[in-house]
Ligand binder design. Structure first.
Ligand code: PEP
Ligand code: CO
Length: 457
């Protein structure tokens, strides 16, 4: 299993050890599903992938900022117009707040159209003495706790692909049709600012920002049709964790007049914290594709290990190729991040530093509900800005688990979700997401910090 594949191919990962591997009982059914996937037309084009890479290269130089967000686990059932529209709406609104605050263009990347596969800390789950496979995302099995639902089913890869296609088709249609009304802050839901616990100065500040933004957008529109057309041409890119390598490699191909292989299920695949072993199958797969690649790094990442990973994934130090998405946790970020920043900086590796303030900040309530505190999320973002400023590097993006709906999964924020509220509308089958108000508030907080940099140490 661990012998070295002599050279890369879309399937050379099969010679390596794969963490989080799914054991499908029926090999013939897997082969049939993979053959179907391979025959489908691609979801994205190499042209779009290369465009994203060039935007990321700009962001590496501080000319753009990246906003990546969406569900922890997308589900097939949530492939619905209202859910997709509200996700686009919150991402677009956050991006406008960030453009306004950071004074630079924002690259919008959804965790959508394929975010169906989940790594798990344990391969099995036990409830009331019954042990079944864990839920590995809708690409692999179903969430319901029954033997039939939890059995890995290869046909779900095909269904996942089809749902990703339907999702992207709708997103492309919305974008082509213009998102004009969503640009107007008068349609934004800022009710959460009215909450009694929101300090007056914060309320005034955020309301002021929204008003200034409205003014700027009106000004743009007043400039005439070209400006409006530009404003309406919003761009979204798709991303997901490249976890199920059967799925990823089935749609990895060469394209006419370009060198190399592209993963055409998504613009931006990423490598998870649990699958980034330098000798593992996931790194082997990702090293050979031409897409930009995100790499999640947690607080236990050793600088040497990270450097080795970067050399393997980006031997030519290509601009726009690597995003390092750090997810340290608010409590550990200020210790864990600087040594990694220095190691990468001193070797001259080109990376885009992105802060994921979600995955290091998960906690469980006394009632056993998995949640995250808004204040921890914000603290980690501030810590990340401070660490990069201190080391002379650039925090070039943020990565969130969020939804456009009013769910109650994360605690706190101006809207004041409490522990008692968590059971009111907790829908995520996996990690807790920011709701609409919490997500927008974070964008305001980042924009506000950019306007008035401060050190929170
Ligand atoms: C995720 O992004 O949902 C995830 C599992 O992250 P990580 O690999 O950083 O734990
Ligand atoms: Co998650």
């Amino acid at each position: 299993m661990t012998t070295h594949a002599p050279s890369w191919s879309p399937l050379s990962w099969k010679h390596k050890l794969a963490a989080q591997q799914v054991v499908y009982p029926d090999r013939a059914a897997v082969d049939a599903a993979v053959a179907k996937l391979a025959a489908f037309p691609p979801l994205v084009t190499s042209f779009e992938v290369e465009r994203l890479k060039s935007l990321i290269a700009d962001a590496q130089q501080g000319k753009r900022f990246l906003l990546q967000g969406g569900d922890c686990a997308e589900t097939l059932d949530d492939c619905r117009a209202d859910v997709i529209t509200s996700k686009l709406k919150i991402l677009l609104q956050m991006s406008l707040v960030l453009v306004h605050g950071l004074k630079k263009p924002v690259i919008r990347v959804g965790r959508f159209a394929g975010q169906y596969a989940k790594p798990r800390s344990s391969p099995t789950e036990t409830r009331d003495g019954v042990t079944l496979p864990s839920y590995f995302g809708d690409l692999v099995n179903a969430h319901e706790f029954t033997p039939a639902s939890r059995a890995p089913n290869p046909e779900l890869m095909v269904r996942g692909y089809q749902h990703a296609a339907v999702t992207l088709n709708f997103i492309r249609a919305l974008i082509d049709g213009g998102f004009a009304d969503l640009h107007h802050p008068e349609y934004w839901d800022l009710k959460f600012l009215a909450h009694v616990h929101v300090p007056d100065d914060l309320r005034r500040r955020y309301q002021g920002m929204a008003a200034q933004l409205a003014e700027a957008l009106r000004f743009m529109e007043a400039l005439g049709e070209t400006a409006v057309a530009d404003l309406n041409r919003v761009e979204f890119f798709s991303s997901h964790e490249a976890l199920n390598l059967l799925y990823e490699s089935a749609q990895t191909r060469t394209v006419p007049r370009r060198e190399g292989h592209y993963n055409l299920t998504t613009h931006l695949p990423w490598l998870g914290e649990r699958t980034r072993h330098p000798d593992g199958a996931h790194v082997e797969y990702l090293r050979g594709i031409a897409n930009p690649v995100g790499v999640k790094i947690g607080p236990n990442t050793a600088p040497d290990e990270l450097l080795r990973l970067l050399t393997t994934l980006n031997p030519r130090n290509e601009p726009g190729r690597i995003l390092l998405i750090h997810r340290m946790g608010a409590a550990r970020a200020r210790q864990a991040l600087p040594p990694l920043i220095r190691a990468v900086r001193d070797r001259g590796h080109r990376v885009l530093w992105v802060c994921d303030p979600m995955h290091g900040n998960s906690t469980t309530t006394r009632a056993g509900i998995k949640t995250r505190l808004f204040s921890d999320i914000l603290d980690e973002i501030y810590a990340a800005f401070d660490c990069h400023a201190h080391e002379g590097t650039i925090l070039g993006g943020v990565h969130f688990e969020l939804t456009g709906e009013d769910v109650t999964e994360c605690l706190g924020g101006a809207a004041g979700v409490t522990e008692d509220d968590l059971s009111t509308d907790y829908r995520s089958p996996c990690d807790p997401r920011l709701n609409y108000a919490q997500a927008l508030e974070l964008a305001f907080a980042i924009a506000g910090r950019a306007a008035e940099p401060r050190t929170t140490e």
